[in-house]
Design a protein around this ligand. Sequence first.
Ligand SMILES: [Zn+2]
Length: 166
Amino acid sequence: MAKKSNSSELKVSKIKEGTVIDHVDAGMALIVLEMLGITGREGTVATLSMNVVSKKTGRKDIVKIENRFLEYTEINQIALISPNATINEIKNFTVVKKFDVQLPEVIVGFPKCINPRCITNAREPQVQTYYVKSVDPLKIRCKYCNTNMDKNDVVKQLTKYSGITK
Ligand SMILES: [Zn+2]
């Protein structure tokens, strides 16, 4: 019964329905789950592989999430911290859609600006808007206060949001 298949097929074919995020930057798998609001408490079945050897990037993480497909904004969030990530949508054990994440030139509504005086952090806030200056390494600039943020700043804002890191 054993059928030969190449290793990438093997990796993505294990879930019946859902999303496999491949080529996640090594060490970012948990942050990706956090961004997607997946804690495990809601019952989501997710599998993480961390620091897997990759031909493309040396080391990578892989995140598999069952019965969950990603929204456009979620894909952009992943692109912020893992610009080389590939999204695979799986239906009935088959990859029905595969594409690389791509950051738009302008990001809206995410993440929180690190400048506490920024108008996006005011009581009646403007919606966060950033210009993408560089993808890898990440550099985004707030439209309202011109504050630059890098990948660490984004990750820090995220972990603050969900309260996992105190
Ligand atoms: Zn700002």
